[in-house]
Ligand binder design. Structure first.
Ligand code: PYC
Length: 313
């Protein structure tokens, strides 16, 4: 299996360019379900140890159903499928350009949750226009183990997020273990309380906000992804969810720039336009760099050829 690796503002992406499973026909959403139901071995085999680690997001390219799209793409991490992925869309665009498959300009990608576009501004810089984002529920309070009551908003940015201001810990790399535990406890509290996204969908991303360190940024975040990894980048779908909440509160105007800083200090420049259905359409600009082009080998004699799960077995 041939892959190309990149990182976007610190967060890694591994794109399968050849040798991935054949998911047949149908919408990209249907084929994403087929990946989950019939080929879930791919999550650990490609992303987890010994070939990778928990933070990597994978991207499987599939033929698009919409001919205006360069490709269909299904994003996943070691815990399963993602709806959309902002950092991986930036990584995908830069990687396809690196391979000579894309030129500077605007390109469309078909994801399970809708069509997104990516403008390649230079060999590393991409501006992604996401699917519609919206706030689903404002000011939800849950009782969190080890913390007590925590209030925040539930919003859609291509994945489901719970977003909360967090002042119990500084959002810096030294606190990542404690931030991860706090975010996992918030996620468990939401699940216990039956708080979900629309249609009962699980809220699998938790986004904690604090004061920015850079004078040019408006906010800093820590994002827990499905499973146990945190996003090294400011999280494209998480920024989209954040902008939807800021727009709903009247705290950010269309076209105004919001610079979001990640827990490691990398940034995205974001803004939005209103969507006729009531939500917003966010654009996220960041940089990606190709880090390797590789062939993954699956040796029939290797007892761990299917990868290790995130708990090490
Ligand atoms: O950038 O949208 C994103 C993302 C989701 C999970 C990891 N990165």
């Amino acid at each position: 299996m041939r892959v190309i690796d990149s990182h976007t503002e610190g967060e890694p992406t591994r794109i399968i360019v050849d040798g991935g499973p054949d998911l047949g026909d149908g919408s990209v959403a249907d084929r994403a379900l087929r990946l989950r139901d019939d080929h879930s071995w791919i999550y650990a085999a490609i992303l987890s140890e010994p070939r990778g680690h928990d933070a990597i997001v994978g991207a499987l390219l599939v033929p698009p159903t919409d001919p205006s799209c360069v490709t269909g793409v299904i994003f996943f991490n070691p815990a399963g499928n993602l709806g959309m992925c902002g950092h991986a869309t930036i990584g995908l665009t830069v990687s396809l350009a690196h391979m000579g498959r894309l030129q500077p300009g605007t390109h469309r990608f078909e994801t399970p949750v809708g069509i997104v576009s990516a403008e390649l501004l230079d060999r590393n810089t991409v501006r992604v226009t996401n699917v519609e984002s919206y706030r689903h529920q404002p000011n939800v309070t849950v009782n969190v183990d080890g913390i007590g009551p925590v209030s925040g908003d539930v919003a859609w940015g291509g994945n489901w997020f719970f977003l909360t201001e967090f002042d119990l810990l500084d959002l810096n790399p030294e606190n990542i273990a404690d931030l991860t535990l706090a975010a996992k406890n918030i996620r468990a509290a939401l699940s216990r309380a039956g708080v979900t996204g629309a249609g009962g969908e699980e809220i699998d991303h938790i986004e904690l906000f604090g004061a920015p360190k850079s004078p040019t940024a408006q906010g800093r975040n820590f994002v827990l992804c499905p499973g146990g990894a945190y996003d090294r980048s400011p999280c494209g779908t998480g920024c989209s969810a954040k902008l939807a909440c800021l727009a709903a509160d009247g705290k950010l105007a269309p076209g105004e720039t919001w610079q979001q800083e990640s827990v490691i200090g990398s940034t995205y420049d974001c803004n939005f336009v209103k969507h006729p259905s009531g939500g917003i359409v966010a654009t996220i600009q960041g940089r990606a760099f190709v880090t390797s082009e590789a062939t993954l080998v699956f040796d029939a004699d290797d007892p761990f050829r299917g990868g290790l799960c995130s708990n090490g077995i």
